[in-house]
Design a protein around this ligand. Structure first.
Ligand code: HEC
Length: 196
């Protein structure tokens, strides 16, 4: 099987093309910085993930569980023959992406996690959650070194896009918060792109 282009190489290529185009057009505009290319790549991954997450929550979970009451979404979905939770769908997809890519990692974190493992772990994650709480529409970008690997880390607000998000978290016994409202920030989506 053909190995996909590692992310660092893809970003490098995009950057060269952008720099070439800038020179070619005789533009006085500043050449794009390396982080611009990583931001663009992370933003593109985020658009697709957020769209998928919203569609699954609304068209599948909210419709089938809350409106039509056909099937529930539960943590033990395999044993109980139910739908996986939206957070589990994202984790399953992240595992697949990691196997097939040259360095893309993503996951959910929150200040009020149902699953304690989803609390912020790195200093960047902690700062990002605070920044997003104040300004949910402004993504938080940083570079991190984790286990000797350099990453470009982008953190985006994860809002309650559907009533299903709010009702499930507010009713969950392990949730530290029971007053989430529609469209409010419930946590964050972290995307890491390998830089080396
Ligand atoms: C049917 C219940 C249910 C629905 C619907 C649901 N969640 Fe969750 N969510 C959970 C559970 C349970 C976890 C912890 C699961 C895990 O980590 O395996 C979780 C995890 C999360 C996390 C990670 C932090 C934490 O609480 O552990 C975020 C952020 C989150 N959900 C946001 C949302 C958003 C936004 C939506 C709607 C798009 C949503 N959830 C829909 C039950 C639900």
């Amino acid at each position: 099987m053909k190995r996909p282009l590692p992310f660092a190489a893809a970003v490098g290529l995009a950057l060269s093309i952008a720099a070439f185009a800038t020179v070619g057009a005789g533009c006085v505009r500043k050449a794009p910085q390396p982080t611009d290319a990583y931001k663009m790549a992370a933003d593109a991954v985020h658009v697709a993930l957020a769209a998928d997450r919203g569609v699954y929550a609304k068209m599948v979970v909210e419709r089938l569980m809350n409106e039509e009451k056909v099937i529930r979404a539960t943590e033990h979905w395999k044993d109980e023959h139910t739908l996986p939770l939206p957070a589990q769908m994202l984790r399953l997809s992240a595992e697949k992406a990691r196997q097939g890519s040259g360095g893309v990692w993503y996951g959910l974190i929150s200040t009020w996690p149902i699953n304690k493992q989803n609390g912020p772990k790195t200093p960047t994650e902690k700062v990002a959650l605070e920044a997003l709480q104040a300004k949910p529409d402004v993504p938080y970008y940083a570079e991190e070194t984790l286990r000797d690997h350099r990453y470009f880390t982008a953190v985006y607000s994860d809002p309650a896009v559907s009533k299903a998000c709010v009702s499930c978290h507010n009713q969950h016994a392990d949730s530290p918060r029971h007053d989430f409202k529609l469209n409010e920030t419930m946590g964050a989506l972290v995307i890491r792109l390998a830089m080396n």
